[in-house]
Design a protein around this ligand. Structure first.
Ligand code: FES
Length: 100
């Protein structure tokens, strides 16, 4: 596996549309022929609840926040297919729950 993905399945990210994000990730992986190169799993809360849906990618680790279905498709194309992370959508330290 080239990449391992952990999509938050916690209550806040689920309320923010993580199920739709999961379907978009699976669709994009299928369309780009990456199903055998990428492992997608669901995780528990990733402690960035106010910014979900959240997606953690290894190697990295790289955490994406606000992963809508549109962002999910772009992350698959740019980060997973082209090995070019999208910095603008990554978490910053102040986003962690309880920070600040
Ligand atoms: S529920 Fe997803 S980060 Fe907390």
């Amino acid at each position: 596996m080239a990449y391992r993905l952990y999509l938050c399945n916690g209550p806040h990210c689920t309320a923010r549309g993580a199920d739709t994000t999961r379907r978009a990730l699976e669709q994009a992986l299928w369309e780009l022929g990456l199903l055998t190169a990428v492992e997608l799993q669901l995780s528990g809360c990733q402690d960035h609840c106010d910014h979900g849906p959240n997606l953690l990618i290894y190697p990295g680790a790289c955490r994406y926040v606000g992963v809508t279905s549109e962002r999910a498709a772009a992350i698959v194309a740019c980060h997973l297919r082209n090995d070019t992370p999208i910095v603008a959508w990554q978490a910053t330290p102040d986003m962690r729950r309880g920070a600040g």
